[in-house]
Design a protein around this ligand. Structure first.
Ligand code: GLP
Length: 240
């Protein structure tokens, strides 16, 4: 495991972008697993900046997102389809047909089967980028999710409904379940990059790295990955 700690938001974003660029430049057909949430936004902005400066291309890359809400339209501004277009896909040269997210418009079980079939065809990821939920969730794998899961329908926990509900104008509009790539798919990735920022993540970051591995704290499973890289800011790393 490597833990890399940065003082400023720009240093943090540069370090995360370097990791992605390293994978993009090392393979003819790199596969990226991508997160949403507030944490990766600065990384995506740095990738867009590099593309616009002619320093980076994603034309040969494939992406698989970690998760999507059940039941939102892909044009809903709270959907992860929308998030990815808004923050990354519309501003770089990745081909739209090479970007994949679980399909929230299909019956959920069918969406999981379809996503697993696609991933089996193109995966595993060369690098899986992850954010971290306050309860230790990775993707939308909430506490109690079996580590053996592949893509599955996950009921959202009360703390996630509380944390993400603020983003929906009316909290009752927030879906109560999500489609998430499972821990087993994350672990298959060649490298895992944990992106973490802010004092509010310091305690859970310490927990996932030091607590005995348990399905009750999904992020602890990352201790089993042979190539885990943590990109943290000083606040998130303050308890390590
Ligand atoms: C959501 C996403 C997760 C993400 C988490 C943390 O729940 N499904 O993949 O890691 O939020 O979000 P933030 O980065 O905003 O703290």
């Amino acid at each position: 495991m490597q833990i890399l700690v940065y003082n400023t938001p720009q240093e943090w974003a540069t370090a995360a972008a370097e990791q992605v660029q390293g994978v993009l430049s090392s393979k003819p057909r790199p596969v990226l697993m991508l997160p949403t949430g507030s944490t990766p936004i600065a990384l995506y902005a740095e990738l867009v900046r590099r593309y616009q400066a002619g320093e980076l291309s994603m034309a040969h890359a494939l992406s698989f997102n970690l998760d999507e809400y059940v039941g939102l339209s892909i044009d809903d501004d709270q959907s992860y389809h929308y998030f990815m277009r808004h923050h990354l896909f519309d501003h770089v040269d990745i081909r739209p047909e090479n970007t994949h997210l679980p399909d929230p418009t299909l019956p959920p079980d069918e969406a999981c089967r379809a996503y697993n079939a696609l991933y089996d065809q193109y995966g595993p990821a060369d690098i899986a980028l992850l954010g971290l939920g306050h309860n230790g969730h990775i993707g939308f794998n909430e506490p109690g999710t079996p580590f053996t899961n592949r893509t599955a329908v996950i009921p959202l926990s009360a703390s996630t409904l509380e944390a993400n509900g603020r983003l929906f104008g009316d909290r009752t509009d927030m879906p109560t379940s999500a489609l998430s790539v499972g821990p087993s798919m994350i672990l298959e990735s060649r490298r895992v990059l944990m992106l973490v920022k802010g004092q509010d993540k310091a305690s859970i970051l310490k927990t996932i790295l030091t607590h005995p591995v348990t399905e009750d704290i999904p992020g602890t499973v990352l201790q089993r990955h042979p190539d885990l890289v943590v990109i943290a800011d000083t606040a998130a790393a303050s308890l390590l």
